[in-house]
Design a binder for this molecule. Structure first.
Ligand code: GLY
Length: 397
């Protein structure tokens, strides 16, 4: 009897989830805005990134680290809606990035190329896209230093850091794992695993919060210093950094099956979930005062949300716990953080913070928040809703 009842309850729960009244209108709103945006940017050789203080759209060239997210949003919108009107713009805004495949001056290759060409290839199987992605991955490997065991993140701030590696860099490993799977060249895999292992060892505090920047010695491979660049202080937890770490280790587990990565993802999720405000959207830094004058970072919430949906797939008896937290985050973003619909704006979410210390993009819409919001909607459609549960394993020590 129980055996018969369980699948029935499961199907009912899924049906309830897919009928959440907030989700469908949010999808439609996102699709409408993105469709409108393609008319505005049809002839542009740049991609939208954020809004300036006058409310004008900031467009960035292909070399900007965020340039892949707008085409990524268009691919997601195509996937969500099946509307063929997204296809040509998605291709156009992807293909302006082609030359970036040879740009070895940045670690942001994955952000740029996997969000754009990666989604394009996944959806269209265009072989030219595959070739470009493999070349991009090859270029990224040139930033790996075997003494340090990591990919170098930045070439700037040489007076501050000898070999800076930032937590964000975990996100660029997906391009390498993918390239290994597609090409069979184990170099991609070895570099990605080495980078993830060193990050796991050196980037985290005892409570599983992470530093933003680790500065390595290139002669010994040892850590010289642990700092921040976009956070409140060297000892604080920059909100988006925690989200990159959670997403990064969850993704690394998907490609490797290594239990240490899954354990790390659960620990990071534990830190985040125990320190979030009630509405699941963090202040720009977890150590910033929880006061109304402090901006939130909706992008960190969207990245975390997408990662939690994925984490629910790998966590057996805690799946319901993570899924439920993802649902709460998505609902909060939809109810409280959607951008009002004005003719000027193509953005979906408001209230992200790029770099508070640099007074840059504070409390504004930013394209990567929209990208991970749309990815969350797509993951929600494809990941079965488990029954809500409490987290069994203690997520923080
Ligand atoms: N990767 C840069 C940032 O998250 O702001």
């Amino acid at each position: 009897m129980l055996k018969l009842l369980f699948p029935l309850v499961f199907i009912l729960l899924q049906a309830c989830n897919s009928q959440d009244p907030a989700i469908s209108p949010a999808k439609k709103e996102a699709e409408k805005k993105l469709l409108r945006s393609v008319t505005c940017y049809r002839s542009a050789d740049k991609n939208p990134r954020s809004l300036d203080s006058k409310g004008n759209v900031v467009l960035v060239p292909p070399s900007d680290w965020t340039s892949g997210f707008y085409p990524g949003c268009l691919w997601f919108a195509y996937e969500l809606s099946n509307d063929p009107r997204f296809l040509a713009p998605a291709r156009q805004h992807t293909e302006i990035l082609e030359k970036q495949k040879d740009n070895n001056t940045t670690h942001d290759m994955g952000f740029k190329m996997f969000s754009s060409y990666g989604n394009g290839y996944r959806i269209t199987h265009d072989q030219a896209y595959k070739t470009i992605l493999l070349e991009s991955a090859r270029t990224l490997t040139t930033r790996y230093n075997p003494v340090v065991g990591c990919i170098r993140s930045w070439d700037h701030h040489k007076h501050l850091w000898e070999y800076p590696v930032i937590i964000d860099n975990m996100m660029n490993l997906e391009l390498l794992f993918w390239a290994f799977r597609e090409s069979g060249d184990s170099l991609f895999y070895k570099i990605a695993v080495s980078h993830a292992d060193h990050t796991l060892r050196n980037h985290f505090r005892k409570d599983y919060s992470s530093w933003h920047v680790i500065n390595y010695d290139t002669l010994t491979g040892k850590v010289i210093s642990r700092n921040t660049h976009q956070g409140l202080s060297d000892s604080s937890s920059w909100a988006r950094g925690q989200a990159w770490g959670l997403y990064g280790f969850t993704m690394c587990y998907r490609y490797t099956g290594k239990p240490a990565y899954l354990a790390q993802a659960r620990h990071i999720a534990g830190y985040i979930l125990h320190n979030l405000p009630e509405d699941m959207v963090p202040y720009w830094d977890y150590d910033a005062p929880h006061t109304p004058d402090q901006p939130r970072d909706a992008s960190a919430a969207a990245i975390t949300c997408s990662a939690l949906y994925e984490l629910s797939l790998y966590t057996g008896d805690s799946a319901g716990y993570y899924y439920d937290k993802a649902e709460k985050t998505l609902t909060s973003l939809i109810k409280n953080y959607m951008m009002p619909d004005t003719a000027k704006s193509c953005f979906i979410l408001d209230h992200s913070t790029g770099s508070y210390p640099a007074h840059s993009e504070v409390d504004v819409p930013i394209i990567y928040a929209d990208y991970y919001f749309l990815e969350s909607l797509i993951r929600r459609d494809s990941i079965p809703a488990p029954m809500a549960q409490q987290e069994n394993a203690s997520p923080t020590p």
